[in-house]
Design a protein around this ligand. Structure first.
Ligand code: PGA
Ligand code: ZN
Length: 422
């Protein structure tokens, strides 16, 4: 089925700034749209989020140039091509851009078109997106086990003011019942957590991702005790039904060789920080830890990996690896991580994202597709992608429409794959 038209629109993301939506039409008249998110604590090795820079519109964050790139540069090279050739379409856009980080066209331009192509191709074949992606890229996944929720329940760092230095504390579903059951357990614990935070005199306003951002929290360790209590009070077994995952997003509090824990008034070098983290590994049912060190602090990642391995904790790269096969290969060669966070917009195309997931899979690593903290949309392609590549978790916030859309899509897929779930 050939592509006949590609249009693009400036829409709003959850952060209140614009993002881009692309619409791809086929020769049979069918069209589909896709929109892309942006990060708040984006890694410096990520694909470019191109914005206009015209201060008269949205403080420079308009995307009218991105729309022009789609309609005037990308559309002419893709129109007339077979939409099912996803790899070829993505490669054509990558070649047209000509940079390592999609600086010319914008990663946001390329990704919006890339996902819209996949979505309309899936529709042309009468398949749900996850099935289309699985078959197109021969991922070999049989859907017998679906991704579980990694629900962000407390957030700080760049995602909220006056709270923890670490960016995210999550409740991860680890019981064998499947995503719908794990989502329920995690959300029940999230609501119980609200009562516990209140009882401790903390505010329960929420941050960027819809998780609690408790102003006045005493330390970076305190969330563990509140979350543990919440899981237990909700009636679940920590470490059996639900585990704890954290994302330090440490690049955000790193400068000149020091990690600055502002909340605790301490500046630590990497070995001291790792020693502090290790006290948590001793005490709490932690299943995964992410970006515990800065994005180019490779040697210390390798040192930390030896410790997380000993505690059977998955060490996830996010800003470190930016969904790039090049940086992932380096992390594999150095033995710096055991799992990878996946964000389509970090690399900027469906093909490159799936290549990263497959490289991880070949090396026995789990993939964890994730939402973005800066501005999300209601697009749920990341969930279909997670299912198509056999992702172990999806990391998404607990509340707000653009977040629960992802969990609702995951539960919908579970119903489709397994039949009724409740
Ligand atoms: P971001 O954060 O989307 O704001 O970059 C999410 C994460 O670091 O996982
Ligand atoms: Zn992260």
């Amino acid at each position: 089925m050939k592509i006949t038209q590609i249009k693009a629109y400036e829409i709003l993301a959850s952060g209140g700034y614009p993002t881009v939506e692309a619409e791809v039409t086929l020769e049979n008249g069918v069209s589909e749209r896709a929109s892309v998110p942006y990060g708040a604590s984006a890694g410096s090795h990520e694909a470019t989020v191109l914005v206009d820079g015209d201060k008269r519109r949205y403080h420079g964050k308009g995307v009218t140039n991105v729309i022009k790139n789609i309609e005037e540069k990308i559309a002419p090279i893709l129109i007339g091509k077979e939409v099912e050739n996803q790899r070829e379409l993505d490669q054509a856009m990558i070649a047209l851009d000509g940079t390592d980080n999609k600086a010319n066209l914008g990663g946001n331009a390329v990704l919006a078109v890339s996902v819209a192509c996949a979505r309309v191709a899936a529709r042309a074949q009468n398949k749900p997106l996850y099935l289309y992606l699985r078959d197109t890229f021969n991922t070999g996944v049989d859907f017998s086990s679906l991704p579980n929720p990694m629900v962000v329940v407390i957030e700080g760092g760049k995602h909220a003011d006056e709270t923890t230095d670490l960016q995210e504390y999550c409740i991860s579903g680890i019981s064998p019942g499947g995503p719908t059951e794990n989502i329920r357990k995690a959300l029940e614990s999230y609501h119980t957590l609200q009562k516990i935070l209140k009882a401790n005199g903390l505010s329960t306003n929420v941050g960027n991702e819809g998780a609690f951002a408790p102003n006045g929290i005493p330390s970076n360790e305190a969330p563990f005790t509140y979350i543990l209590e919440a899981i237990e009070q909700a009636g679940y077994k920590p470490g059996v039904d639900l585990g704890i995952s954290i994302d330090a997003a440490a690049s955000e509090f790193y400068a000149d060789g020091k990690y600055n824990l502002k909340l605790e008034n301490r500046q630590l070098i990497a070995t001291e920080l790792i020693a502090y983290y290790t006290t948590w590994f001793e005490k709490y049912p932690i299943v995964t830890v992410e970006d515990m060190l800065s994005e180019d602090d490779w040697d210390n990642w390798v040192a930390l990996k030896k410790i997380t391995d000993a505690y059977k904790i998955e060490l996830i790269g996010d800003d470190l690896t930016v969904t790039s096969v090049v940086r992932l290969q380096k992390a594999i060669d150095l033995n710096a991580i055991s799992s990878i966070l996946i964000k389509l917009n970090q690399i900027g195309s469906v093909t490159e994202t799936i290549d990263a997931c497959m490289l991880a899979r070949q090396h026995g690593m789990m993939s964890v597709p994730s939402h973005r903290g800066g501005g999300e949309t209601n697009d749920t392609a990341m969930v279909d992608l997670a299912v198509a590549v056999g992702g172990k978790f999806i990391k998404v916030g607990p509340t707000r429409g653009e977040r629960v859309a992802k969990y609702n899509r995951l539960m919908e897929i579970e119903r489709e794959v397994k039949g009724p779930t409740i």
